[in-house]
Design a protein around this ligand. Structure first.
Ligand SMILES: NC(=O)c1ccc[n+]([C@@H]2O[C@H](COP(=O)([O-])OP(=O)(O)OC[C@H]3O[C@@H](n4cnc5c(N)ncnc54)[C@H](OP(=O)(O)O)[C@@H]3O)[C@@H](O)[C@H]2O)c1
Length: 224
């Protein structure tokens, strides 16, 4: 039985990943940022580990709690949009840091901390959660300075990770959920179950030949 860790699993896409991978027979480990998130998952019968992806000590504690646990896959799903309506003159250092720390830096540091777990697993899948907003080629309508920067940075780092970890046989792939009905989008877009079903199918098929790709819920590559 394959084991997967979903970071940021108490609501939205992460929560649906937990359900769908569990239904598909995977052993699922979930994380939540705080006691409230852990409680929500506990009420659904899911024991969640604590992880604040912006906190070094929290990442280290998670890695310690998972010492010697083999993971076939890790999905760094935790993310924030920040205020996507800010015009350029309203972008601040703290807001940019907050969004990049969560969406890009946190994701890569989590993977680094859990590399031993992935090496102990069979599938060896390091998965980041990207977005069409990462794409410079597709950016023909502007806006979302912090969110776009964070997801483009994530993609750039994931490509480097793919190169660095290829010799370890770790597939480093990015997923694009599409526009999905969650708290992040004020519940506009497609049903979360549809997006996650598509992404789960992508994950099931991933091999080392896919390392460095950014793949949508529809199986299509996302333009860089
Ligand atoms: N929804 C979309 O249309 C869409 C499109 C493209 C990409 N994405 C990406 O998909 C991922 C999930 O998005 P979503 O729509 O499911 O968002 P969401 O409903 O807002 O859920 C975000 C999740 O991330 C967690 N999180 C936020 N900051 C965290 C931190 N510092 N440490 C640990 N966990 C943290 C949240 O935990 P708390 O409850 O504790 O805050 C929550 O579990 C994100 O990476 C997002 O950028 C979403």
């Amino acid at each position: 039985m394959s084991a997967i860790l979903i970071a940021g699993a108490n609501r939205g896409i992460g929560r649906e990943f937990v359900h769908q991978f569990t239904d598909a027979g995977w052993t699922v480990l979930a994380t939540a940022r705080d006691a409230n998130g852990q409680q929500i998952l506990a009420e659904a019968g899911i024991e969640a580990l604590q992880l604040d992806i912006t906190d070094d000590a929290s990442i280290a504690a998670l890695a310690e709690a998972l010492r010697d646990v083999a993971l076939d896959a890790v999905i760094a799903n935790a993310g924030i949009s920040g205020d996507v309506t800010l015009p350029t003159e309203a972008v601040t250092w703290p807001e940019m840091h907050r969004v990049i720390d969560t969406n890009a830096l946190g994701a890569i540091l989590l993977m680094a901390a859990l590399k031993p777990n992935l090496l102990a697993g069979e599938r060896r899948l390091a998965i980041g959660m990207s977005s069409l907003m990462s794409s410079i080629a597709s950016n023909n309508w502007g806006t979302q300075y912090c969110y776009r920067a964070s997801k483009t940075a994530l993609n750039a780092m994931w490509r480097s990770l793919a190169d660095e970890w290829r010799e370890d046989g770790i597939t480093c792939a990015l997923l694009r959920p599409g526009f999905v009905k969650t708290d992040m989008t004020d519940h506009q877009g497609m049903e979360v179950a549809v997006s996650v079903a598509g992404m789960r199918a992508v994950v099931e098929r991933l091999t080392i030949a896919d390392t460095g790709r950014c793949i949508g819920f529809d199986g299509m590559d996302v333009p860089w």
